[in-house]
Design a protein around this ligand. Structure first.
Ligand SMILES: [Mn+2]
Length: 287
């Protein structure tokens, strides 16, 4: 590991698809983008979608908010598909071409925590981070597993523990294969199920409240975290809560624009957006 500073090359060094193509190569522009819970090495990781997403972003800073590599899954069964390797390459490529990439380890990649304060090539590893938005608001950036201590674990383990969660993902996988076959965009069935199970709903709410309390206690305006695979953006008593979601079922990211506005972006929205762009281009050409 060596300490190095990111080069100041253009953040997007790829040529656009045609000289005057509109939109340009990067569809999603922002000051900062947060993603988490990628779970590389786990069979349900949506690396294919993530690669497409990473190909289309252009930002000053990219945060990886934990559970990037699923060391628990790798320990159970080692699998490292080509696309998972490509995600790592893509993150390195972004970090080498002017994007500041900050990696905040989670509980599934907990061994990485011992390297906090160091650089993995061009990627910075930081345990927890204070982020100041373009509008001056200060956010606490953490993976969020520290909040488990406050939660009734029986709820969490019941729904995020292996059997229930794996079953949920199994259903999700087949439902989406069916949707793909029918030409429908990706949709998180797992999310719909979670929203309708009371125990899961309670655990999610407790987690959100505890994360906001933590931010309040420590004098922040908000918190950006991951961990529970439940993307959300809410505000309570002046404290903002942003959850990045995951790339197993939700395929989401938090994006800050250059005025400091935050939004939650779904991968399927991006696909829809691209489809509209192509459609409007076709109509323009036909006219
Ligand atoms: Mn986690």
């Amino acid at each position: 590991m060596t300490k190095m500073t990111a080069s100041d090359q253009s953040a997007n060094n790829r040529p656009p698809s045609s000289p005057d193509s509109n939109p340009p190569a990067s569809l999603i522009k922002g000051r900062t983008i947060w993603i988490s819970d990628i779970h590389l090495g786990y069979r349900d990781c949506k690396a294919e979608y993530l690669l497409e997403f990473l190909d289309n972003i252009n930002c000053d800073t990219l945060y990886l908010v934990g559970d990037i590599i699923d060391m628990w899954a790798l320990k159970r069964k080692f699998r490292w598909p080509q696309q998972h390797y490509q995600v790592m390459l893509k993150l390195y490529e972004l970090a080498n071409s002017g994007t500041r990439v900050i990696y905040v380890p989670g509980n599934h990649d907990e061994p990485m925590r011992r390297f906090c304060g160091n650089f993995f090539g061009p990627i910075e590893i930081i345990e927890e981070h204070v982020y100041t938005c373009a509008n001056g608001k200060r956010y606490l950036i953490m993976h969020g597993d520290a909040m488990d201590a406050y939660i009734n674990l029986s709820h969490l383990t019941r729904f995020f523990g292996d059997i229930g969660y794996n079953l949920l993902l199994f259903i999700n996988r087949w439902a989406n294969r069916w949707r793909k076959w029918m030409g429908q965009p990706y949709f998180s069935l797992a999310r719909l199920i979670k929203e309708n199970i009371k125990g899961a709903k309670d655990a999610i709410e407790t987690y959100q409240n505890e994360a906001m309390d933590e931010a309040r206690r420590r004098g922040f305006d908000g918190v950006i975290c991951g961990h529970i695979h439940y993307p959300a953006m809410l505000e309570q008593e002046g404290i903002r809560y942003c959850n990045t979601g995951d790339w197993i079922e939700s395929c989401t990211a938090i994006v800050e624009d250059f005025s400091g506005e935050m939004r939650l972006l779904h991968y399927s929205d991006q696909v829809e957006w691209q489809r509209q762009q192509v459609a409007s281009k076709d109509t323009a050409q036909a006219a």
